[in-house]
Design a protein around this ligand. Structure first.
Ligand SMILES: C[S@@+](CC[C@H](N)C(=O)[O-])C[C@H]1O[C@@H](n2cnc3c(N)ncnc32)[C@H](O)[C@@H]1O
Length: 328
C-alpha cells in the first residue's frame, strides 16, 4: 500500500458531498483516488479522463493558489460540463479536448515536463449511457454511434454494416470475450441481408435472438458483451490505453503518482502488466499490491462502480541504479 497518503480534508469531503447535478457522472472511489494521489500545495495534476469533473473537483482544493490541473477528455460534451462545474477554479484549470493516447505530445506542446499526479478513470461516463443519441445504451433506442469523440468518422454502424462474419466474430471474441461470438456474428450478417440494423435496440434484439435461451449469463443482458466489444473497437480503447501506459512513467515527476481505474478485465490486465514491468525495471513503485475495489456501500449507492479496479504507482525518486533496482 501507499507509504504516504493524505487524509481527505474537509474541503475535499465538501466538494465530494455537494449535491450532484443530474447530468454529472457519479465518480468512483473518490476518497481512494485523493488519498493515493496525495495532492499538495502548488502541485500540477493531470486528469486524463475528466468526464464531468468528479475527480478533478475533489483534487483541486488541495492544490492551493499556485497549483494547476490539466483537465483532458476526448468527449467535447462531458468536457463542456466539467468546464461549468470547475468554473470557480478557472484560472488554475486548463481544458484539453484530446485523447489521452496523445498525452505526451499535449504536455510537450503545453511546456509541461512532468506532473505530480495523474488520474485515469477509464471507460464511459454516465451521460454516454443515459443519452440515447450517443448510441451506447442497449435499452434506449438510438443510432449505432458509440463515438466518444464525435470528430472521428468510424461509428458502430460502420462495423455492423461492413464487417464480414469472420471479422465480427473476431471482434466479439477479442473485445467482448463473447462465448457466442460466431452465432451472434452469423445472425447479424443474416439479418442485415434482409433489413439494415440501424439502431441500438434493434441490434440488442438481434443479439438476444442469437444467444441460446438460458445459456447466457442470467445477470447480464445478452447484448452486454457485444456492445462492449463494439465500443472498444470504435474508440480504439485498448490502443489508447497502451499509449497512455507507455507514456506514463515519463510524464510523472520523480515521486509523482498515477491512479488508474479499469472497468473490465482487458483493461485491468494491461494496467497490471505495464505497472509490473515498470516496477521490474525500477522506474516505478506499485502503491497497490492488489487492485482496490469499491466498498459494498459504494456499490449499493452507485451500482456502476461494481466492476471498478483501481491500481496506483509512484515514479521512483531517482533513476534506477546499475542493478536496475529502485532506491525507493
Ligand atoms: C468514467 S468517465 C470519467 C468520469 C470522471 N472521473 C468524473 O468524475 O466525472 C470516463 C471518461 O473518460 C473519457 N475517455 C475515455 N477514453 C478516453 C481517451 N482515450 N482519452 C481521453 N478521454 C477518454 C470519456 O469520454 C469519459 O468522459
Amino acid at each position: 500500500m501507499a507509504s504516504a497518503t493524505v487524509a481527505v480534508c474537509d474541503e475535499g469531503v465538501a466538494a465530494m458531498s455537494q449535491p450532484e447535478a443530474p447530468r454529472w457522472h457519479q465518480p468512483v472511489m473518490v476518497r481512494e483516488v485523493v488519498s493515493l494521489l496525495a495532492p499538495a500545495d502548488g502541485d500540477l495534476m493531470l486528469d486524463v479522463t475528466t468526464g464531468t469533473g468528479g475527480h478533478s473537483v475533489a483534487v483541486l482544493p488541495y492544490l492551493g493558489a499556485e497549483g494547476r490541473l490539466i483537465a483532458m477528455d476526448r468527449d467535447a460534451q462531458t468536457l463542456e460540463l466539467a468546464r461549468k462545474r470547475l468554473a470557480e477554479f478557472r484560472p488554475q484549470v486548463e481544458f484539453v479536448h484530446e485523447s489521452f493516447a496523445h498525452v505526451a505530445r499535449c504536455c510537450q506542446v503545453m511546456g509541461v515536463t512532468g506532473v505530480d499526479g495523474l488520474v485515469a478513470d477509464l471507460g464511459l461516463c454516465g451521460l454516454h449511457v443515459e443519452e440515447a443519441q450517443r448510441g451506447f445504451s442497449m435499452i434506449r433506442e438510438g443510432p449505432l454511434d458509440m463515438r466518444m469523440d464525435r470528430r472521428q468518422e468510424l461509428t458502430a454502424a460502420h462495423l455492423i454494416e461492413r464487417y464480414s462474419r469472420d471479422e465480427l466474430t473476431t471482434l466479439l471474441r477479442t473485445y467482448g470475450e463473447e462465448r457466442w461470438a460466431s452465432r451472434i456474428a452469423g445472425r447479424i450478417v443474416e439479418t442485415r441481408r434482409r433489413t439494415p440494423i440501424l439502431t441500438t435496440t434493434h441490434l440488442a434484439r438481434v443479439v438476444a435472438e442469437a444467444v441460446p435461451r438460458g445459456r447466457g449469463s442470467t445477470r447480464l443482458h445478452p447484448a452486454t458483451r457485444t456492445f462492449q466489444a463494439l465500443r472498444i473497437a470504435v474508440n480504439d480503447e485498448l490502443g489508447c490505453l497502451q499509449a497512455l501506459l507507455k507514456a506514463l512513467p515519463e510524464l510523472l515527476k520523480p515521486g509523482g503518482r498515477a491512479v488508474v481505474i479499469a472497468y473490465h478485465s482487458l483493461e485491468d490486465r494491461m494496467v497490471k502488466q505495464m505497472f509490473r514491468e515498470g516496477a521490474q525495471s525500477g522506474v516505478v513503485t506499485p502503491l497497490t499490491r492488489k487492485p482496490i475495489r469499491p466498498s459494498a456501500s459504494e456499490i449499493r449507492e452507485n451500482p456502476r462502480s461494481r466492476s471498478a479496479k483501481l491500481r496506483a504507482i509512484e515514479r521512483c525518486p531517482t533513476p534506477p541504479g546499475p542493478c536496475g533496482s529502485c532506491s525507493a
